[in-house]
Design a protein around this ligand. Structure first.
Ligand code: SF4
Length: 272
């Protein structure tokens, strides 16, 4: 898919944490739009995408002057109370544009200088390892949550062909762990996987969050249904994976490898 990059000066950066993110004081998006274009992305059905009138994934707005603005907003927000930040809720902070634009890196630099109480970095890109130096400066105030929806790269290609390969994400988790950056794997949304999945994650993470369309889209699966995802499962003959019971199967497999306190369900796994 061709990707259009536009540069925009935002008026504000920190948004109030609401709904799924109500455990956070704020959410933070370095970009608007997301070139990973996952089929199941709930942002596809949100006003930011609908009113744009262009296909989700075909455009990305780069936020200019973001670090300076964030520093100002952080100082103000911190004066009012503890600041906990979810980055990012409607874009991937480490999508391809970040290689060159470095908006996310500049935001991490700002946060290393003016640290929030807690920062969750939510991504599915190995580019996050570029910023290990800054993540380490945030110490235990940061957690990198790496999406690994399946261990089967064929499924990744089917459901989100523009997103980074699974193997690269696993390698990134290993590098983060070796560097001492707190991490978790987010099996979210869970996609058809093999029985070996939990065993592959076990040496890489101490914490796993599992989520599905029914718990995780904020509407009991209705938002996901509107995206017409069922067809993608029918094409594979894997309809049973588009059922709430798939979660139980995957959870059981993970319990054979991980302790109960290492496994988190849906929203609780993303909380500070
Ligand atoms: S990476 Fe996240 S924000 Fe980007 S398309 Fe996929 S689900 Fe949506």
């Amino acid at each position: 898919m061709k990707n259009e990059l536009l540069y925009k000066q935002p008026k504000t950066l920190l948004n109030k944490g609401t709904g799924f993110l109500s455990g956070y004081s704020h959410s933070l998006n370095p970009y608007t739009g997301c070139a990973f274009a996952c089929s199941y992305c709930y942002v596809r059905g949100m006003p930011v995408s609908i009113f744009r009138g262009q296909e989700w994934g075909s455009w990305v707005d780069v936020k200019l002057g973001a670090a300076e603005l964030l520093k100002k907003e952080l100082r103000k927000a911190k004066a009012k109370g503890p600041v906990t930040i979810f980055m990012s809720s409607s874009t991937d902070p480490y999508q391809s544009a970040e290689y060159k634009e470095q908006v996310t890196r500049s935001l991490l630099e700002a946060m290393a200088e003016e640290p929030p109480e807690f920062l969750l970095v939510q991504t599915r890109s190995p580019l996050v390892t570029r910023d290990i130096d800054l993540l380490l400066r945030l110490g235990s105030r940061v957690r990198v949550s790496m999406t690994v929806e399946t261990d089967l790269d064929a499924m990744r290609k089917h459901f989100s062909p523009m997103a980074p390969p699974i193997q690269a994400r696993l390698k990134a988790l290993r590098l983060l762990k070796e560097a001492g950056v707190p991490t978790q794997a987010a099996v979210a949304p869970l996609l058809p996987s093999s029985e070996a999945f939990a065993g592959k994650l076990a040496p890489l993470v101490d914490r796993v969050c599992i989520d599905d369309y029914f718990m995780g889209d904020g509407s009991g699966g209705k938002r996901t249904k509107r995206l017409g995802l069922e067809t993608l499962y029918t094409q594979l003959g894997a309809e049973e994976w588009y059922e709430p019971s798939a979660y139980e199967t995957v959870y059981r497999q993970f319990r054979e490898v991980f302790a109960e306190e290492q496994l988190f369900m849906s929203q609780t796994g993303f909380e500070p």
